[in-house]
Write a protein that binds this ligand. Sequence first.
Ligand SMILES: [Fe+2]
Length: 388
Amino acid sequence: MWYFVVPEVVFGEDALSRLAELKGKSAFIVTDKNIVNLGFIDKVKEQLSQAGIKSNVFDEVEPDPSLQTVRKGVVLMNQYQPDWIVAVGGGSVMDAAKSMRVEYERPDIKAEEINPFISDLGLGTKTKLICIPTTSGTGAEVTFAVVLTDTADQRKLGLINCEILSDIAIVDPAFTVAMPPQITSDTGMDALTHAVEGFSCTWKNDFTDGLCIRATQLIFQYLPRAVKNGQDMEAREKMHNAATVAGIGFGNSLAALAHATGHSLGAVFHTPHGRAVGLFLPYTIEFIGDAREELWTEIAYALKLEVPKGKKAASVLAQAIRDLSRNIKQPLSIKEAGIPSDKFNSSMEKLIDNTMADGSLIVSARVPNVAETEKFFRYAYEGKSIDF
Ligand SMILES: [Fe+2]
């Protein structure tokens, strides 16, 4: 049995005004200090007040949110008893809010216990969740997975359950205008990696294919523009839509090898998520190669890339992604990402272990063994195309 889940998605200019139509008494806004300083929370509160909803703000979500932060938010939620939770921010904020919502509605379940096999979370009776992304990349507004950090144990927890999905995603491009070029570029590469991996992993399906292909086209067309000029509202809007479309796509399929290796690199060297997974995407396509040649051909066709006779679509597509990356100032190799070779070499065992333990690896159309994983990292360090 397979299923496809998606929240109500409100998009485009003025999407935020959806808040003024809500029915309820109080909202609990989850965000971070940076978003407050940008004035976004005032805009959100203004719309909520038009609906007669009073709001409280929790602005303490940190990058890579911790279980401890989630607990802190839940204490306040219990105090305020909100009937709406509104997350305003990037993936970290939305993941924190999704987790808080579970503990608030189900005090008998701890966030770290969320797993795909709980079939009756019964969320939605006490509160509903709205996600308003301020970056165009993670897709967390439409996915049912969260990543939390247990600071006491120094470990990352990937938690999945299809009921933790938001009720409404508000995809309003106005919230992305202030995003600096580097973050636009990094998060855009995350969205591209979701789209390509969602289309090519072994859990791909008829419901997600079209979404992943369309998102790939939009990102190729509009990401360079959004990076070059943050005020280009057409590019901002298309990128914001693309990230959510890719989120629905890979959220109902899965991400694979580029995410497994990207998570691994990020855990050791703190490379931003999108930069890390985007870096590995062309190497991933080359490594999977013939196992998905038909699909690389489909993507190449959708992007109007020419595949000359005697050449593989995998290498043409990998090159096109490298050209895009170069254009938006992404590193093409681990070396270019600024990681010194001595630190890279001494971390090899950890990099391999992390990759092997990553849940994304199992849906890769070709799964590397330990020796191949090491070789993969070494090639990616030097910027060498995969030839094995
Ligand atoms: Fe991602």
